[in-house]
Design a protein around this ligand. Structure first.
Ligand code: ATP
Ligand code: MG
Length: 564
């Protein structure tokens, strides 16, 4: 596997596995699984789970299954299945032949349900959804037993068979486990095992079924069938563990995986629930699941993130049981470090200002050989053209500026990156007083050497006007203006009130050096002094579009200060 670049750091789950190994409890090796529900694209939180599960399998010489948890067919589709497979593979993990669907086990699950009925441990209940809620009780009050709880085994067998045969409408009946309506754990108060759902065509099983098993029944059995040893899931399932164990303890199955919970990843300034991400896509708040502002794997990929930067992030945040929210800066630092080391340098001017070098001969073109990476010669060199007319960034010029402005000012000098020192002699303005052009002279002695007798501190980037390629640039900012937009919002869409109206700015006047015409979709670069950018896969040949992956320095630290 290609991800040995991320060092495995130990955590409490690995300690448990170490103990199991030393206690000789893992004769057949470690077996984990990653069990996504195909009802949306994977997000960075899923990456944490993927790196954990596949990482353990890799480091312990075990196996990790990819299992689609497909028991809610009305929300699922094959587009999501393909996207999930693609994302897991892109992250650098390989499930080999071990691709499964919970729906592979529908027939077996049905048989286990019949087994529970036969043992008097499950019954068909006719309470409506609303009545069931009333009977369930609350955190402080015990529930009440359903009037249907005392049904005979024979009647339950008959009704369950007829549920499967399609004799009843959606919601008319459910199959429930018979456990304990007084349990302090609400999950144990006769939880639903099967519900009726007509009229959906399941992406794997078509119209074969009109009853579907619940997650809490399906998951432990799927794990046991696949002989998973450690079933790793997020903390919200801790209260479901007694049910996980109850299911396996009360059917005839020769394997009992151990469920272990860890805290889910929360990231500041974004939302991570699939329901909310689905809503952002459906409402058109973003351009799709792979919008570069989305915390999805597909969005991060399109933004320019590398698989190794995401794996590195998952290693750095670690695995524990404590809930916390990770700063966006942590994720950004991972890609920044990766691209700083590996992205070739290019020159791009985002807000061009024309500079005419009056001392440079008209029509002359000098070809300069410049390095692709200042610290890494192995990345080679490229050629750029120097001409009498060039573009610099308008932000790199001020008519007047304090001393600490180390760029170009009227009457001052600056070095052009990889080229000459120039001096600004004349500032040309339009009728409104807006600076539209600079007339400068160049010092012909300063190509590759310092000017004699004076110090020139600033260095700015530039592009030959004659050779400039016009492109669009997308500048991305956080999607939400609040560090935790998702917290107050189980009431519907409140988090959407915090959407950042400036999360995408499109610059359409940008110019880049011609070598970027060779870029392929997804290629990443450092635009010198501007940040890291990647060529959007949806660029057209006649109009390149670059997405800003991340700025050169951490601009989050400042933003986050505001909220403390
Ligand atoms: P959501 O709550 O956003 O709908 P989910 O947990 O229902 O997500 P699944 O497709 O069921 O999404 O998740 C597959 C696996 O990924 C599960 O084991 C789940 O615990 C894990 N997972 C989901 N979100 C996170 C997260 N934020 N951090 C770590 N693991 C996660
Ligand atoms: Mg889930």
């Amino acid at each position: 596997m290609s991800n040995n670049d991320t060092e495995a750091t130990s955590n409490f789950i690995r300690h448990i596995i170490d103990e199991d190994i030393s206690g000789n409890q893992l004769a057949d090796g470690v077996a984990t699984r990653f069990p996504p529900e195909p009802n949306g694209f994977l997000h960075i939180g899923h990456a944490k789970s993927i790196c954990l599960n596949f990482g353990i399998a890799r480091d312990y010489g075990g196996t990790c299954n990819l299992r689609f948890d497909d028991t809610n067919p009305h929300k699922e589709n094959t587009e999501y299945i393909e996207a999930i497979k693609n994302d897991v593979r892109w992250l650098g993990f390989d499930w080999g032949e071990r691709l499964y669907f919970a729906s592979d086990y529908f027939e077996k699950l049905y048989d286990y349900a019949v087994e529970l009925i036969g043992a008097g441990k499950a019954y068909v209940c006719d309470l409506s959804a609303e009545e069931s809620r009333e009977y369930r009780g609350t955190l402080t009050e015990p529930g009440r037993e359903s009037p249907f709880r005392a049904r005979s085994i024979d009647e339950n067998m008959d009704l369950f068979a007829r549920m499967r045969a399609g004799e009843f409408a959606d919601g008319e009946r459910v199959l429930r486990a018979k456990i304990d309506m007084a349990s302090p754990n609400i999950n144990m108060r006769d939880p639903t095992l099967y519900r009726i759902r007509h009229g959906v065509i399941h992406h794997q099983t078509g119209e074969a079924w009109c009853i579907y098993p619940m997650y809490d029944f399906t998951h432990p059995i799927s794990d046991a069938i696949e002989r998973i040893t450690h079933s790793l899931c997020t903390l919200e399932f801790a209260d479901h563990r007694p049910l996980y164990d109850w299911v396996l303890d009360n059917i005839n199955i020769d394997n009992h995986p151990r469920q272990i919970e860890f805290s889910r990843l929360n990231l500041e300034f974004t939302v991570m629930s699939k329901r909310k991400l689905t809503e952002l896509v459906a409402e058109g708040d973003v351009a799709g699941w792979d919008d570069p502002r989305m915390p999805t794997i597909a969005g991060l990929r399109r933004r320019g993130y590398t698989p190794s930067s995401i794996r590195d992030f998952c290693t750095r945040i670690g695995i524990s049981k404590s809930e916390n929210t990770v700063e966006m800066g942590v994720l950004e630092n991972c890609i920044r470090e990766d691209l700083n080391a590996h992205a070739p340098r290019r020159m791009a001017v985002l807000k061009p200002l024309k500079v005419v070098l009056t001392t440079y001969p008209e029509g002359q073109i000098e070809t300069l050989e410049v390095s692709n990476h200042p610290q890494d010669d192995s990345m080679g060199k490229r050629e750029i053209s120097f001409t009498r007319e060039i573009y610099i960034d308008s932000e790199d010029f001020r008519e007047e500026a304090p001393n600490k402005f180390k760029r170009l000012v009227a009457g001052g000098e600056v070095r052009l990156r990889n080229a000459y020192v120039i001096r600004c002699n004349e500032v040309i303005k339009d009728v409104n007083g807006k600076v539209i052009e600079l007339h400068c002279s160049h010092d012909a002695e300063t190509l590759g050497s310092n000017p004699v007798g004076r110090k020139v501190k600033g260095v700015i980037h530039w592009v030959s006007a004659e050779h400039a390629i016009p492109v669009d640039v997308h500048l991305y900012d956080r999607l939400f203006t609040h560090p935790s937009p998702g917290t107050s919002s189980d009431d519907g869409g409140a988090y959407r009130d915090f959407m950042n109206p400036d999360s995408l700015r499109t610059l359409t006047q940008c110019v880049v050096e011609p070598s970027l015409l060779d870029a392929r979709p997804g290629d990443r670069f450092q635009f010198e002094r501007e940040g890291y950018f990647c060529l959007d896969p949806q660029s057209s040949a006649d109009r390149l579009v670059f997405n800003r992956t991340v700025t050169l320095r951490d601009s989050w630290a400042k933003v986050e200060q505001q909220y403390r």
